[in-house]
Design a protein around this ligand. Sequence first.
Ligand SMILES: C[S@@+](CC[C@H](N)C(=O)[O-])C[C@H]1O[C@@H](n2cnc3c(N)ncnc32)[C@H](O)[C@@H]1O
Ligand code: SF4
Length: 385
Amino acid sequence: ISFVVSVHPRLQLWGSSERACSDFKSVKTAICFIAFSPQELPSTRRKGFLTEHAAPFSAFLTDSFGRRHNYLRISLTEKCNLRCQYCMPEEGVQLTPKSELLTTQEIITLARLFVKEGVDKIRLTGGEPLIRPNVVDIVGQLYKLEGLQTIAVTTNGINLARLLPRLKEAGLDAINISLDTLVPAKFEFIVRRKGFHKVMEGINKAVELGYNPVKVNCVVMRGLNEDELLDFVVLTKNQPLDVRFIEYMPFDGNKWNFKKMVSYKEMLDTVRQRWPDLEKLPCEASSTAKAYKVPDFQGQISFITSMSEHFCGSCNRLRITADGNLKVCLFGNSEVSLRDHLRSGASEDELVQIIGAAVGRKKKQHAGMFNISQMKNRPMILIGG
Ligand SMILES: C[S@@+](CC[C@H](N)C(=O)[O-])C[C@H]1O[C@@H](n2cnc3c(N)ncnc32)[C@H](O)[C@@H]1O
Ligand code: SF4
């Protein structure tokens, strides 16, 4: 039997009747004080401790196919300082009035509830999460949630170099930075804004501050950037980057068509022709990425094959949109408004029941890329990838 008593989020009293601390080998019962801060206790130690003492997983976050949803993505805003062709419809999107977006307090209340039920990883996304003025404070508040092992952010990188030192100090563990081209003029064409050098600065800052790996998300589209695959692989030669090639996915208003999608197999063939000894790396069960490495390169590459080889069977993700809807599948249009229930005074137990019912209705897999492209869904920018 072991137990964890929390005195303060960063100070825990840990006792065990079976497992003695190394200093107390001859004693049956031991009590250890662990005092830590983000700087003093590396996230790997925090993770090890939490994994060892994990509570049983919540039935409410387990769906009818036995998938345990321990990973929550929260969209912090619908707004963005870029206008990527594959994400934002050309005509723009109708923004939700501010009063209908989740407040910081509501975000933290929901995050706490999910973490209590077993979520151990939260990713902040959007829109562009780093344009939310209090994003550092949100990371800091999430860091205090006991049981949360990883706080990650997906960003377009424009504001990253400036904010990263403070985000790191607040407890940010992992970063994904989106970059679809290494050619500045093409960058402007794809994202309909300037900023290439700021994104590169953001990537360099993340490496400099010790994030490892720094994940770089690259949506590959035929006729646009598939000719740059090998250049992206070369980026991993001397830097701890994980360049993730993402298959182009259909969302409302992004003019997706099958011919523009470059499949995993095709991308892999292109890379293999240049580096025939490309090594396949083992990956975690719930990982969405198929990882590879060129021998002797410091970093690695991965492929996100949501279209050609979906990974619905091991999906462990849930999403909360900026306007407070719970989305159990990125490609499904069923949503439930947690905001409305929160605002009408639902108790914690009622909210957990509502979340459990939505998770319970989650389908086995998405409808296939052609059906998805015909279905009504939100544009990606209003979901939070
Ligand atoms: C919606 S963005 C939000 C976070 C942030 N603004 C960013 O760009 O990283 C999250 C991720 O979704 C990816 N994404 C957006 N639309 C996509 C699409 N149609 N197909 C594949 N990935 C897409 C982006 O490249 C980005 O890596
Ligand atoms: S992918 Fe990210 S950066 Fe690009 S428009 Fe969408 S939210 Fe903005």
